[in-house]
Design a protein around this ligand. Structure first.
Ligand code: NAP
Length: 338
């Protein structure tokens, strides 16, 4: 059985996460038992939620235990199988974690799913046609409930979730405005992803400047906001929100290292009679089939062209992950393992 490189959570961050929180280890993969499948991971997904799991505080999910392989989504190929539904060579998506190989119980519900790579590249099953894409779908379709002609705004617009949100909202006839960090990301958001406008939050780095930029790019106000970041951007959106606007609170990455995210004008939620709702995509498994079908179609027809940042080799995962928390990624952050 192959030797397996792994990255473990060694200790918990005190404030900002660092590479020293992780430890590289190696072990032999155990021989397969009946019903088990050996998967060789081709790509590991790095996602902002992993930062929350590194803490030992109360959250919607249990903390990542110390000394164990970091949690994470993976795509790969079946290398050996003792399960009738999986054959050597099958392409699969699962939660293999930060390691090169995993032994999976083929009978455990939701642990391993076969995917079709005829029209959709394998790596996209960790991004646009995977958990981040479904996240965008849920927030847009189930919380914001957009109508054609309405104005939608999304922060972290060039990223895995934000880019899918844009394509889904455009497909419903909305005007879509993105917020992203830097001119390259903004050019990609309007040029490649087809958003109607994009605001560079580095150029508009405070409430007044962001609010003015939103006024310019959203002349009819904002009807739906998909929140990925938090802080002054949310305040600026509240200032430009229309009556009965809806906010899907998906993430607040600006605060994941413990930074406070005060809200200056919460009274606008009342004045504008707004709906503000948080959600966790893994609690809504019932929507995944419909969402994945639509997202797969958008990618296969070229209406959604997701971009990827690919780090090479398992050992590069900690630095790539820390970069993701600072906006160094450009599109879905992956680690290529094969
Ligand atoms: N609720 C759920 O179930 C669920 C599921 C998946 C993801 N999420 C959330 O969705 C959001 C996007 O996730 P993703 O996987 O698509 O990541 P991503 O957008 O591909 O990457 C994260 C991006 O966040 C932006 N960012 C980081 N720090 C920032 C800061 N201080 N201020 C402004 N922007 C900052 C950066 O983009 P810029 O350079 O453009 O600023 C960075 O590239 C995250 O908040 C994540 O936690 C939630």
């Amino acid at each position: 059985m192959p030797r397996n490189q792994q990255i473990l959570l060694d200790n918990r961050p005190q404030g900002e996460a660092t590479a020293g929180n992780f430890r590289l280890a190696a072990t032999d993969t155990p021989p397969l038992q009946d019903g088990q499948v050996l998967v060789r991971h081709h790509y590991l997904s790095l996602d902002p939620y992993m930062r929350g799991r590194m803490n030992d505080s109360k959250s919607y999910a249990a903390s990542q235990p110390l000394g164990e392989v970091m949690i994470g989504g993976t795509v790969g190929e079946v290398a050996e199988s003792r399960h009738p539904r999986f054959a050597v060579g099958d392409k699969v998506v699962g939660m293999g974690g930060w390691q090169e190989w995993s032994v999976v119980d083929g009978n455990a519900p939701g642990m391993l799913r076969k995917v079709d790579t005829t029209h959709v590249p394998l790596s996209h099953y960790l991004g646009a046609v995977g958990m981040p894409g479904v996240t965008a779908w849920y927030g847009l379709v189930k919380i914001i409930e957009p109508r054609a002609g309405e104005t939608m705004v999304v922060s972290a617009a060039s990223g895995a979730v934000g880019s899918a949100f844009g394509a889904l909202a455009k497909a419903r006839g909305c005007r879509v405005v993105g917020i992203a960090g830097g001119p390259d990301k903004c050019r990609y958001v309007t040029g490649e992803l087809g958003f109607d406008a994009c605001i560079d939050h580095r150029e508009h780095g405070d409430l007044k400047a962001m609010s003015r930029a939103l006024k310019d790019t959203c002349p009819d106000g904002i009807d739906g906001y998909f929140e990925n970041v938090g802080g002054y951007i949310l305040d600026a959106v509240l200032l430009r929100a229309n009556a009965f606007a809806r906010v899907a609170v998906c993430g607040m990455i600006a605060g994941y290292d413990g930074q406070p995210l005060p809200l200056q004008n919460p009274a606008l939620i009342l004045i504008n009679r707004m709906k503000v709702q948080g959600f966790i995509v893994s609690e809504h498994m019932e929507v995944w089939p419909d969402a994945l079908k639509e997202l797969g179609g958008l990618v296969a027809t070229g209406k959604l062209r997701p971009r990827e940042s690919v780090a090479l080799g398992l050992a590069s995962a900690p630095e790539a992950f820390l970069g993701l928390l600072k906006g160094k990624n450009f599109g879905k952050q992956l680690v290529k393992l094969v």
